[in-house]
Design a protein around this ligand. Structure first.
Ligand SMILES: [Zn+2]
Length: 284
């Protein structure tokens, strides 16, 4: 049997060493966090003693998988050199910090093709720009633990379809893989409300990307309607998706030889507590 773990996006609030305890207190088995201020600014190295404390705490609470979410400003499709270079630097920084803190993966969005809109074959240009960025991040490395997350697709956002994510993951097999976000996929037009739809969607992930590349799922109910392209996270059962979606996902992975982490990205502690309880009951 594979191992399915549930957790949530946690905020370190400047105290990295307290994260595992904070996560475990609500019932989390894994977690995601920003390794630095997600809005930008100077990145400070973690102090050695705090890292040591972090490792001890993670072990104590039996947490072995945690994920770094890249900052908000990432845009690998930007034509502005400062933004483009800044995005590459920020992702490289997070990959370095991943090594320091022994995280599993860095998760990122690709960005927006808005700078290319109006130009002929603008999507081709945007794809080429993203490829240029990814190439710089990868360099000569054979394995880059970076996951590309599906986006809700507002405006000219890149990576809002399985085909698009699949394109980059095939072009750069060095990359770690795919992060599915249920709210983003739904807002992009993938209907996941019925169990049969969840199953056929995950089969489609297998076809377009390869299930073995799916390393992380963001479990969020959706405030936006199907294909609305509106990115709003809701607690499980409180959005347009409903509980069947989440039970379906857990059922799909149950009994498979597959290790996967699932992360909630919703704000309230009470809500997270309830959602984690629910997911654990689905898992049985
Ligand atoms: Zn997400």
């Amino acid at each position: 049997m594979g191992k399915m773990e549930f957790g949530f996006h946690a905020s370190a609030g400047g105290k990295i060493e307290s994260l595992p305890q904070k996560v475990a207190a609500i019932g989390g088995e894994c977690f995601q966090f920003f390794s630095r201020n997600p809005y930008g600014g100077k990145v400070k190295d973690w102090e050695e003693d705090k890292l040591e404390k972090f490792f001890i705490e993670a072990k104590k609470y039996n947490i072995s998988h945690y994920f770094i979410h890249s900052p908000y400003f990432i845009n690998l499709a930007s034509q502005n050199e400062r933004i483009f270079d800044g995005s590459i630097e920020a992702l490289k920084t997070d990959l370095t910090r991943l090594e320091k803190i022994k995280a599993s993966y860095v998760v990122t969005h690709l960005g927006s093709a808005k700078d290319f809109v109006g130009q002929e074959e603008y999507l081709d240009l945007a794809y080429a720009r993203v490829s240029e960025g990814l190439k710089k991040i990868i360099g000569s490395a054979e394995n880059v633990p970076l996951l590309l997350e599906i986006a809700a697709g507002a405006g000219s956002i890149m990576g809002s379809s399985l085909q698009e994510i699949g394109f980059f993951l095939k072009k750069f097999p060095q990359l770690g893989g795919f992060c599915l976000d249920t709210a983003h996929a739904f807002a992009s037009g993938y209907d996941l409300r019925e169990t049969s739809q969840v199953f056929s969607f995950l089969d489609q992930v297998d076809d377009e990307i390869g299930l073995e590349k799916l390393k992380l799922i963001h479990l969020n109910d959706s405030g936006g309607k199907l294909a609305s392209r509106i990115d709003r996270h809701r607690h499980l059962g409180e959005g347009e998706l409903g509980l069947k979606t989440f039970r379906g996902i857990v059922d799909y992975f149950k009994g498979r030889e597959y290790n996967i982490s699932m992360i909630l990205e919703t704000p309230t502690e009470e809500g997270l507590l309830e959602d984690l309880k629910l997911l654990k009951s689905f898992r049985g």
